[in-house]
Design a protein around this ligand. Structure first.
Ligand code: COA
Length: 400
């Protein structure tokens, strides 16, 4: 039993992302068509030129027909995938595996979600039939448990942790204000964030990601074919997925101060990509800031900060757009909202722009490091799936 690295075998040659917003005037079908059309346009291909499609959607369609129908595809393999909030990333993983295996030459990953009309929010989510032992609390309530646990374990004053949470929201909204594709495009003051209406525990509305509609897409080919399509491909360096067993709530050793699935997923991703010093080797990271405190804990799980110290690094601006390691320079889930099936691909889209020097006002100064990481999390502390992708501008291992 083993997981082998697919590093440098597959390249992304085109990407697209719609604006994430409350799209009253567009159906999920239309959003998917928009994303597919833009991605095809980037490399002058037609829908028929794609050998196989993977559609990631959480609740906005069933089966591959949810994409085949609006695209009017005939005779094509189209598969719908779902893995909670990591759904969009799963679509990419499947497309990359298909190309790496030699089964197809050109594959497309599409993520789409239309949530606003459904009434979905972090406070209302589908209840899945189970054996009755699962904790049935809301997403904000689940994640809010991280704050008192972290503060106690690391001896952090609640007001200091609150300040770090506020900084995350402030930073991500400031970044989103520069991004034409973000849902919320206004900078928000620290006072407004810290004083926002309480949702769960110490989480206020401004600590939560929003709810949005949107779509994104990527076209992948074999690495050796990439220059037939673009002179600036992004190579897949690592694809790592860890699915938790959901034992957290029943595990006496789990203390709600970290995500074991993320730690293991990052270890595997760094090994695949040859990353030995993520803080200095990565140009940027797009992480799953579903709630502000999630981003703080992720900085430690991903090896960007020492245990118990991420809140200080956040406050020192290390993860600001102009910091040592920019995190969520596109504005993250905080300013984009979270159309579940599209978010993972939206994160990779920011790496696509930043590493190709196309992020305009948001361009990070660290882009020449040439490596970007995305981290997509589904579920809750102690009960989650984690996906990590590393993409890079050059072939070869960074540690070579
Ligand atoms: N961040 C910033 N602004 C937000 C926001 C958020 N998370 N949520 C809503 N707003 C804004 C809206 O843009 C709107 O502004 P406007 O009046 O200027 O148009 C206003 O607040 C009210 O919006 P509304 O949609 O009525 O908010 P709501 O009260 O229904 O929803 C939350 C607020 C916090 C419940 C919702 O954003 C939420 O559920 N977030 C969490 C999503 C989640 O848990 N996802 C899963 C992650 S694992």
């Amino acid at each position: 039993m083993a997981q082998h690295s697919l590093s440098d075998r597959v390249a992304i040659v085109s990407m697209s992302c719609t604006r994430f917003a409350e799209h009253f005037d567009r159906s999920a079908d239309q959003l998917a068509v928009d994303a597919v059309t833009d991605a095809l346009g980037g490399v002058d291909l037609t829908p028929d030129d794609i050998d196989a499609y993977w559609l990631g959607t959480y609740v906005s369609g069933i089966s591959g027909m949810a994409l085949a129908r609006p695209l009017r595809l005939t005779g094509k393999p189209v598969t719908r995938v779902e893995n909670m909030c990591a759904t969009g990333s799963e679509a990419l993983r499947a497309a990359v595996y298909a190309v790496a295996s030699g089964a197809v030459d050109v594959a497309m990953a599409v993520g789409v979600e239309k949530l606003k009309d459904t009434g979905y929010s972090g406070l209302i989510s589908p209840k899945i039939q189970d054996d009755g032992t699962r904790v049935n609390t809301s997403a904000p309530a689940n994640f809010s448990l991280l704050a008192p646990a972290y503060q106690k374990r690391h001896g952090v004053a609640p007001e200091d942790f609150r300040a770090a949470m506020t900084h995350v929201a402030w930073k991500n909204h400031a970044n989103g204000a520069l991004n034409p594709r973000a849902q919320f495009r206004k900078p928000i003051s620290k006072e407004a964030i810290a004083g926002s209406a309480q949702v769960a525990g110490t989480l206020g509305v401004m600590d939560c990601s929003g709810v949005a509609d949107g779509a994104a897409a990527a076209i992948v080919v074999r690495a050796e074919d990439a220059h037939l399509y673009t002179d600036r491909p992004l190579y897949i360096k690592a694809l790592s997925l860890v699915t938790g067993s959901g034992s957290g709530a029943a595990d006496e050793d789990y203390d709600y101060t970290y995500f074991p699935e993320v730690v293991e997923c990052a270890r595997a991703a760094y090994e695949q990509a040859g990353i030995t010093d993520p803080q200095r080797q990565l140009a940027l990271a797009e992480v799953h800031d579903c709630f502000t405190l999630t981003e703080i804990v992720l900085m430690e799980d991903l090896g960007f900060a020492e245990r118990g110290k991420a809140w200080q690094d956040v406050l020192a601006g290390r993860f600001d757009r102009t910091g040592d390691l920019p995190v969520n320079p596109d504005g993250g889930l905080k300013s984009f909202g979270h159309p579940v099936g599209a978010s993972g691909l939206r994160m990779i889209y920011e790496c696509w722009l930043q590493l190709r020097g196309e992020a305009r006002d948001r361009q990070v100064a660290t882009a020449d490091r040439g490596l970007g990481l995305t981290q997509n999390l589904g579920g809750a502390p102690g009960d989650c799936v984690c996906f990590i992708c590393v993409v890079g501008t050059k072939l070869g291992r960074p540690d070579a």
